[in-house]
Design a protein around this ligand. Structure first.
Ligand code: HEM
Ligand code: NAG
Ligand code: NAG
Length: 504
């Protein structure tokens, strides 16, 4: 035993020294025969975001990653806005996500996230139609207000009164999970409550995301072996899939039954959820809403809405807690929106009041720039093409955008790129300063731009204003806040905080 561990340590040390001495200090990672750049990837996989950022910085924003022979892992990794613009907009049709992506995310079925071409277009039209509907907008406002009042505030008061430590990321996940469930399946699971109940659906979704990340890192053959032996990440993935299928099926059949019995109305006075809208308008929209279609749509929308927004809120609150001047400016801006006699006491902000908060919006954009909730994007060219950076690409080759690195490149954002500066998003007249989407890629660019950007900003501003105006948050110094390895940029250990009320 002792020999083995000594030998292993020795070997690891040797590899490390070797790589350290011979690593390419000016260009892309060191490339070996047969195994390609795998050694450096494996040494750095635990810190892949920073490793990519350092490498991209050295290689002027684009490098070719070479995987082992026959592993089909070769990829152009880029964070160059010119490449992004070209791929996402100018020559969009040559750059689908590709069949391999669909296969890696097969849990999503034929949903909007992993589909291409006609399948994607149909999904997009349907989702867009639903989200543009004034009934949905009405429903969004009511749902968000209710969740803040009856969920968020109650939980925060509970932990503040008792001086408990709370994981804010978990709170945001629960907030978003309840909200998205209500919006898309019309059912409130009430997981944002002082009991902090375990939620099977959420846990399964987390595990699936992690497994999907590793599907992008390990060679196919290794994954196949895991599947065959039913071990490791692939085993978790399979189990998660069953849980998700099961819970969604319950919701669909419940809704179908309720609609048949007439126990819920088709268009309530508060607006309408997605399943109800799809089922009742099946005839007029021509969409075929069988259970499989609904299942895929719901799962995709749950992923789109829950994780991205809660990740954004988590990094935002963490950054604000480290920057008291920003916090004060947000409070000042909020106070400027309310009548003088209403200041100095507990208050929530409604849709009209959060609409034009330029500074708060800037702070949110900064968090999204430094910690983009979707840190990677993936494309597979149909035909050979040349990128603006001069890199040739072709079929059987992946293109990986690294959004995390994009926010940290000096020549894109300036020397102060790694600082949290909401002022970056405010123009000389004090209005909103917009950046092109191929530079600020957090919501994607071109025809596949995020459909929920407006929804997300509304939800984030409502939650952020409720918390910052009414509470002080003290992030625990013991647990480091670092990004986890997943397809969504969550934190590794949560955001452990103590909370106290501003108004006593
Ligand atoms: C801060 C919050 C959010 C961020 C950062 C974000 C980011 C993104 C990104 C990067 C994509 C492109 C993904 C890809 O193509 O691989 C995307 C797509 C999408 N997002 Fe969001 N999103 C957010 C919130 C939301 C919300 C709340 C909803 C729905 C209510 C939503 C709905 C969608 C949909 C439907 C798509 C698919 C668009 C398409 O492929 O055509 N998003 N989002
Ligand atoms: C776009 O992609 C096609 C291949 O589908 C290629 O032939 C063409 O040169 C590309 N460039 C532009 C600017 O359209
Ligand atoms: C569906 O319903 C169950 C409870 O019946 C709930 O726990 C689950 O999370 C719901 N949501 C979704 C999206 O399936």
């Amino acid at each position: 035993m002792a020999f083995v561990s000594f030998f292993e340590v020795f070997l690891a040390l040797l590899c490390f020294l070797f790589l350290y001495c011979f690593r390419n200090k000016h260009g892309p990672p060191m490339c070996f025969p047969i195994i390609g750049m795998m050694p450096e990837l494996l040494l750095n996989v635990h810190r892949i975001y920073d490793w990519h950022t350092e490498t991209l910085e050295r290689c002027h924003c684009t490098f070719l990653f070479k995987g082992p022979w026959f592993a089909k892992m070769n990829a152009v990794v880029t964070c160059d806005p010119a490449n992004v613009h070209y791929i996402m907009t100018c020559n969009f049709s040559n750059f689908p996500k590709g069949p391999e992506f669909k296969q890696k995310l097969d849990i999503l079925g034929d949903g909007i996230f992993n589909s291409d071409l006609d399948l994607w277009k149909n999904q997009r039209t349907a989702t867009h139609g639903f989200m543009r509907n004034p009934q949905f907008h009405k429903f969004l406002l009511k749902t968000t207000r209710d969740k803040v009042e009856k969920g968020l505030i109650r939980v925060l008061d509970h932990v503040a009164d008792r001086g408990l430590m709370v994981d804010l990321e978990d709170v945001f996940q629960r907030f978003m999970f309840d909200s998205t469930c209500i919006l898309f399946v019309g059912y409130d699971p009430r997981c944002l409550s002082v009991e902090f109940p375990e939620v099977r659906f959420s846990k399964a979704l987390d595990e699936a995301q992690e497994a999907i990340f590793y599907r992008h890192v390990w060679p196919q053959s290794f994954l196949k072996l895991q599947r065959l032996l039913n071990i490791g990440q692939e085993k978790k993935y399979k189990k998660a899939w069953e849980v998700l299928d099961d819970t969604i099926a319950t919701n669909i059949s419940r809704r179908r039954k309720e609609l048949k019995e007439g126990s819920v109305s088709e268009v309530g006075e508060d607006g309408v959820d997605l399943i109800t809208s799809y089922i009742t308008e099946e005839k007029s929209t021509g969409l075929e809403c069988d259970d499989k279609f609904l299942r895929d749509t719901i799962l995709n929308m749950m992923l789109a809405g829950r994780d991205t927004t809660s990740s954004a809120l988590t990094w935002f609150m963490w950054l604000v807690s480290k920057h008291p001047t920003v916090e004060n400016k947000i409070i000042e801006e909020l106070e400027s929106k309310i009548p003088a006699e209403e200041t100095g006491k507990r208050r929530l902000f409604n849709a009209d009041e959060v609409k034009d908060l330029v500074y708060l919006r800037g702070a949110l954009c900064e968090a999204l720039r430094l910690y983009p909730p979707v840190p990677f994007q993936h494309k597979e060219p149909l035909k050979p093409d040349m990128l603006p950076s001069g890199h040739p690409v072709g079929p059987n080759m992946r293109i990986l955008f690294n959004l995390y690195s994009m926010g940290r490149m000096k020549w894109i954002w300036g020397e102060d790129c790694s600082e949290f500066k909401p002022e970056r998003w405010i123009n000389k007249q004090g209005g909103v300063k917009r950046e092109p989407s191929y530079k600020f890629l957090s919501f994607n660019a071109g025809p596949r731009t995020c459909l929920g950007k407006g929804v997300a900003f509304y939800q984030m501003k409502t939650v952020a204003s409720a918390i910052i105006y009414n509470y002080r948050i003290h992030v625990s110094k013991e647990t480091p806040v670092v990004p986890t390895l997943s397809i969504i940029l969550h934190t590794n250990n949560g955001l452990k905080t103590r909370i106290s009320s501003r108004w006593d």
